[in-house]
Design a protein around this ligand. Structure first.
Ligand code: HEC
Length: 136
């Protein structure tokens, strides 16, 4: 019985959304800069954020993130950014904090994640700040 309880605990544990990656909570301003960085597979290639008026070529492959702070919790955003395949195994969204199951990665980038743990937390903090009442 004890073993069953332990297994149940393990299975559940793997379903719990990941906890904050970096020690402290993120900085939304830094997160905005990271998110805009085209050199690091910017979210804007596929998602629209209406607040960012100076970004002219925003993609529409994924849903707009205008109200991400109303729609998602920090854990949901973190899981999605770290590796969207956790939610949708066929997702075309790049895994920003995972190197698992990738193909044809250039040697210089092998074993490296797109974002650092701190970057993930900063981007999460920025997205949480996107709420209906703050959008233009
Ligand atoms: C190559 C395109 C692409 C890039 C780049 C991308 N995404 Fe996505 N994203 C998608 C697609 C497509 C979906 C729809 C669900 C799916 O297919 O996984 C999605 C879904 C999402 C969702 C859930 C939206 C909803 O309404 O359900 C969030 C949140 C999200 N992305 C955030 C981000 C963030 C943050 C970044 C940058 C760090 C990013 N995405 C980069 C393509 C992308």
């Amino acid at each position: 019985m004890q073993r069953i309880i332990f297994l149940y605990f393990l299975v559940n544990l793997s379903l719990v959304p990941p906890l904050a990656l970096a020690g402290s909570s993120g900085d939304p301003l830094k997160g905005e800069a990271v998110l805009r960085d085209m050199g690091r597979a910017s979210c804007l290639i596929c998602h629209k954020i209406s607040n960012l008026l100076d970004e002219k070529d925003q993609g529409e492959i994924g849903p707009a993130l205008d109200n991400a702070g109303d729609q998602f919790t920090a854990s949901e955003l973190r899981a999605r950014i770290m590796d969207a395949r956790q939610i949708n195994p066929d997702s075309i969204m790049p895994p920003y904090f995972s190197t698992k199951g990738l193909h044809n990665v250039a040697r210089a980038y092998q074993g490296q994640t797109i974002y650092s743990a701190e970057d993930v937390e900063n981007v999460v903090a920025y997205l949480l700040s996107l709420k209906e009442e703050t959008s233009q």
